[in-house]
Design a protein around this ligand. Structure first.
Ligand code: SF4
Length: 438
């Protein structure tokens, strides 16, 4: 089965069950540059058109490298950040535009467990007071029953009753994370966003906390949005996995399917790093070259194309659409897009046209800038380097030797005269360096 959806619109896996959370085309951009009048003119696209849904009582694992937008996504869903587009539907209610007062009703139902149990607990409050604070504020139980209720929650989370009057600094990291979990669960949430809840803990304590989260999920029917970069932990706790890169979803599907057969080249590289507990199995590690590009100036087309070993012409200028490659398994990659495969010739012709447009735009821009004109006259080698950079994406600095090689190849194909000039500029400079070395 192969079905295609607009980018970012992946329907839920397991049709027929009402989702507790539906996120559609969610965007969160942070302004990084403002003009004279204070209006933002450049943005960091932390979450860029993300869609998914989660069924009640299940867990979705969100994975990706640091800076891919996982944490921002979690916090935007909890409405700790204002959205810049898209919708968040919780329990059938659209909560995207709710103001502070309107959100109050949902605050107890959506909770967050932080990464760092050391800094997320007030050092001046006792454990009992920390857990009871939300219970009192949201009138979870009658005032006279708060003490007993807090003790009950503490017991459920593996905290002894004598800890009630102690302070957070008296506890180890694992115990503090249990206090954070107890605080979140005390207000009877339906959805818990776990933002790297075990990454600051020792491995042995990690297992205890993960087991506790699993037990609580079974007992209370909780839904988890589990953010982590530890794939083994995500595999253990999640029913679905969503792989993010530069604010976009690259692959989404059932945990087993994704671990057995990751399809997106980025997922394959990410999962190839998971150790296999079998000495006879040879690890086939895929090393990604280059750094993750800046989300403030992402590459055109597929955002992963600057690091993908299977990059094609289409990847450099067309954004991939979601393709359903199996039941509930979605991937955003041109390799699985039948239209792209069937129309390779037309795509290549369009790419050449697009590249010509990019070269023309870069040259036009260069001509408008007096300092660049001057640069061309004084240092044609640097000017050409800037022009090559500009071909990729605006004024982004050159990203790696491979990209540079590709640009020169393209330049030769598109504009032989310019290419000859570039080469002529490069070689004398090299020659000069060699002379000076000698
Ligand atoms: S769309 Fe192209 S560049 Fe992106 S992951 Fe697929 S093959 Fe690689």
């Amino acid at each position: 089965m192969s079905e295609k959806f607009e980018n970012g619109t992946a329907p839920a896996t397991g049709e027929g069950t009402a989702p507790i959370l539906r996120v559609e085309h969610l965007k969160k951009y942070f302004p990084i540059k403002r003009n004279f009048f204070g209006r933002p003119v450049a943005f960091l696209r932390a979450v860029d058109d993300v869609s998914f849904q989660v069924e009640a009582g299940s867990a979705i694992g969100i994975v990706g490298e640091s800076g891919c937008g996982k944490t921002t996504l979690g916090r935007t869903i909890l409405r700790l950040y204002e959205t810049d587009g898209g919708e968040i539907v919780f329990h059938g209610d659209n909560i995207t535009k709710l103001k502070r007062k309107g959100m109050q009703k949902y605050r107890t139902e959506m909770q967050l467990i932080f990464q760092d149990p050391y800094s997320s607990l007030s050092p001046r409050m006792t454990v009992g007071a920390i857990i009871a604070e939300g219970v009192r504020a949201h009138h979870i139980v009658p005032r006279e029953k708060v003490h007993d209720y807090v003790l009950e929650v503490m017991k459920k989370c593996g905290l002894q009753p004598q800890y009630y009057d102690r302070y957070p600094h008296e506890f180890s990291g694992g115990q503090r994370q249990r206090i954070c979990i107890a605080r979140a669960l005390a207000v009877r949430p339906k959805l818990v966003v776990c933002d790297e809840p075990v990454s600051a803990l020792d491995v042995s304590i990690q297992a205890q906390i993960i087991n506790l989260l699993k037990e609580l999920q079974t007992a209370d029917g909780l839904t988890y949005l589990f953010i982590s970069h530890d794939l083994s932990v995500v595999k253990y706790i999640s029913d679905q996995i969503m792989v993010m890169y530069l604010g976009n979803v690259m692959e989404l599907g059932g945990t087993e399917k994704i671990f057995e057969e990751p399809l997106h080249p980025y997922t394959q590289a990410l999962f190839s790093a998971v150790p296999v507990p079998n000495p006879d199995v040879k690890m086939n590690r895929i090393i990604l070259e280059g750094d993750i590009p800046s989300p403030a100036n992402p590459p055109a087309g597929c955002k992963f194309h600057t690091r993908c070993s299977r990059c094609m012409n289409a990847c450099r200028f067309l954004q991939p659409k979601y393709t359903e490659v199996g039941e509930g398994h979605f991937v955003a990659c041109h390799l699985y897009d039948k239209e792209i495969a069937a129309d390779a010739e037309r795509i290549d012709a369009e790419y050449v046209e697009w590249l010509q447009g990019q070269i023309a735009a870069a040259k036009k821009f260069a001509q408008k800038e007096p300092h660049l004109k001057e640069l061309e006259r004084m240092r044609p080698d640097l000017y050409t380097k800037w022009l090559s950079d500009a071909l990729l994406s605006g004024k982004r600095p050159l990203a790696g030797k491979k990209v540079r090689a590709h640009l020169f190849e393209e330049l030769e194909r598109m504009d032989a005269e310019e290419y000859a000039r570039v080469k002529a500029c490069e070689n004398p400079a090299k020659g000069e360096e060699e002379d000076s070395d000698a």
